[in-house]
Design a protein around this ligand. Structure first.
Ligand SMILES: Nc1ncnc2c1ncn2[C@@H]1O[C@H](COP(=O)(O)OP(=O)(O)OP(=O)(O)O)[C@@H](O)[C@H]1O
Ligand SMILES: [Mg+2]
Length: 591
């Protein structure tokens, strides 16, 4: 469990982590803070010059005219100087903030694509997006407040406190008497609302998740007339967020009233002490005005500083979530200096592989041992949920086995460079993922350098050329999000063309022809035979007609290999699962 700071409830090391994000900009930030310090001193000259003018006016003498004119000119000059300094400071700020924002977003994107499949299966899409979006937004907001509010105010408070003590210790004491009350109140109110705030953030993610889910599954929502129900679920969460938000802000605003009361008391006490000192001749009227001006401003800023505390607490949860995401490490570790063979033969070995998905009750693969000879066609069959897709994913090293090893050409996958060996493999997954671009980019995704002629060739082999040429804009046709404008069979054919274009040594078809009619399937079968030459092919299929030509058939049931052999061998084992499936399909119970 994470250790929290007992007083603030903020995770330990929060600020260290926060500033760590800005490591690349530390020089610029330091430069900015020096500028702020300078600006605050220049700001003080304003009331100081006013004090000189007032003091000279109260005991006016003709010789003072030069002083007064000088002070007025000084006032003008310093104000100009201060606006130029502010300009430089703000320019610096925008340089930092725009670069940092770009960096945070790019980092998040790179994290998202580098994290293993297991992470993405665990977390909802909406949650991930809101984590990144809200996180970055809050980091920027916090930085903005520190740069524009906190740093200037803290500097101002120290200077004002020093001046008050220097002028008269009673003024100084009255100032620092009210400050702790302020701080205590701010801390207390945030302690009260912290649990609600945490809950509210969790609910934001839930709401985003829910919205994403109903959008992704819109077809089902509409088909089963669940629109109202979806809206009512969202309303429920949003109501809760509203209730929590109202409660939190109610508390903050009420405490804000109290904080203002304290600040008003503080301001009045300064005037009282000041008037008392002036009446006894211990202080000039000009000094009273000077003191009143600077302490008034300091009090107003103190209030803003306490509001910053509220804001920080509000941002901490969002920032923490983003930081946690950045700290996620891929479950699949890529070995340093992993092997990068120039080419592979395509031999695959499973040696006693056990695998269970996270939080799953049953094992998806149990003591699976199999040897796949290079250049052969292999089929994986068996009942749904038997572990076929999992078997294929192990070859990609999307997951590591809990026991046993998977090898390519006799080398443990874990000793190979992850990003290198994956390039030798292509898969047409059960659900082909289509990007919201045109057909051409979708096919060439695995090989962006491919020429148009190569793309067309791959499409032809995949039996996709015909339907593509009938589309309004041919290869340039936009296919919509997740290929919504294509039929299931068309999506599969794009997937096949993509896999072929990658020119792999190992080619995996996971139910790649399940959505095709018998005629198209036959055509693809012929193409598959063509592309199989010189490659190791694994075909996962329910339709046994697809795999007749396989050199080897592996039957997986409940994660276990129950039969292995050629079509001839397995069909001869009359009591075997394969023979049974074959019989059922012949009768026509299964297509
Ligand atoms: N991402 C996952 N997280 C948890 N469990 C999973 C996950 N994917 C699959 N499973 C489980 O692992 C087992 C094997 O699933 P797998 O997808 O490998 O089966 P399959 O043989 O490909 O089935 P089908 O023929 O229906 O595609 C199933 O019990 C399934 O519920
Ligand atoms: Mg499957």
């Amino acid at each position: 469990m994470r250790k929290n700071n007992l007083k603030t409830g903020r995770p330990r090391g929060f600020w260290k982590n926060f500033w760590g994000l800005f490591d690349n900009y530390s020089f610029l930030i330091k430069k900015g803070f020096v500028l702020i310090l300078f600006i605050e001193f220049v700001h003080l000259l304003d009331p100081l010059l006013l004090k000189i003018i007032v003091d000279k006016l109260t005991n006016f003498d003709n010789s003072d005219i030069l002083w007064i004119v000088g002070a007025v000119v000084g006032l003008f000059v310093f104000r100009r100087f201060s606006s130029i300094l502010n300009f430089v400071k703000d320019k610096l700020f925008f340089r930092i903030i725009t670069s940092a924002e770009r960096e945070f977003m790019v980092n998040a994107q790179s994290k998202m694509v580098l994290l293993s499949l297991a992470y993405h299966e665990r977390e909802d899409t909406g949650n991930k997006i809101i984590k990144i979006d809200k996180g970055v937004q809050k980091i920027i907001q916090l930085f903005e407040s520190i740069y524009w509010e906190v740093a200037p105010v803290v500097i101002k408070l120290v200077i004002v406190c020093g001046i008050l003590f220097w002028t008269d210790f009673r003024l100084g004491f009255s100032f620092i008497l009210f400050a702790p009350a302020f701080i205590l109140l701010s801390v207390r109110v945030n302690q009260i609302i912290r649990p609600m705030r945490k809950k509210r953030y969790k609910r934001y993610e839930d709401a985003a998740g829910l919205m994403t889910q109903s959008i992704i599954n819109i077809n089902t929502v509409k088909s089963f007339v669940r629109e109202k129900w979806e809206v009512s679920q969202a309303t429920k969460i949003r109501n809760e967020i509203k209730k929590l938000g109202l409660f939190e802000w109610g508390k903050i605003l009420r405490s804000g009233l109290l904080r203002l009361l304290i600040s008003d008391l503080g301001k009045s006490s300064i005037i009282l002490i000041g008037v008392f000192l002036v009446s006894r001749g211990e202080m000039t009227t000009g000094t009273l005005i000077f003191i009143f001006m600077i302490s008034n401003e300091a009090y107003n800023h103190l209030y803003r500083l306490s509001r910053f505390y509220d804001q920080t607490e509000e941002g901490v949860v969002a920032v923490e979530r983003y930081l946690k995401l950045l700290k996620e490490v891929p479950e699949i570790k890529n070995k340093k200096n992993g092997l990068k063979p120039k080419s592979i033969l395509g031999e695959i070995d499973f040696e006693g592989v056990d695998f269970a998905y996270q939080e799953a009750k049953n094992q998806a693969l149990r003591s699976v041992s199999a040897k796949i000879v290079p250049g052969t066609i292999n089929a994986l069959v068996g009942p749904s949920g038997g572990g076929k897709t999992t078997f294929a994913r192990m070859i990609y090293r999307h997951y590591d086995p809990q026991k046993g090893v998977v090898k390519i050409d006799g080398v443990n996958l874990q000793d190979l460079d992850l990003y290198h060996f994956r390039k030798f493999i292509s898969i047409v997954p059960q659900e082909v993922e289509i990007f919201s671009t045109d057909i051409k980019s979708n096919i060439s995704y695995a090989n962006p350098d491919a020429s148009f002629a190569e793309i067309k060739k791959a499409a032809k082999i995949a039996n996709a050329e015909e339907f593509i040429s009938k589309l309004s804009e041919g290869y340039k046709t936009k296919v919509g999000e997740r290929g919504i404008k294509l039929s299931g069979g068309q999506r599969q054919r794009i997937g096949i063309a993509r896999a072929i274009l990658a020119d792999p040594k190992i080619l995996i078809f996971d139910e790649a022809t399940s959505s095709l009619d018998s005629q198209s399937e036959k055509l693809i079968q012929e193409s598959m035979d063509k592309v199989s030459k010189g490659r190791t092919v694994i075909i996962i299929a329910h339709r046994l007609s697809t795999i007749r030509k396989a050199d080897k058939i592996i039957v997986l049931e409940n994660g276990k290999i129950v039969e292995k052999g050629s079509h001839k061998e397995l069909s001869a084992q009359k009591s075997g699962i394969y023979a049974k499936l074959l019989k059922l399909q012949k009768i026509g119970d299964i297509e």
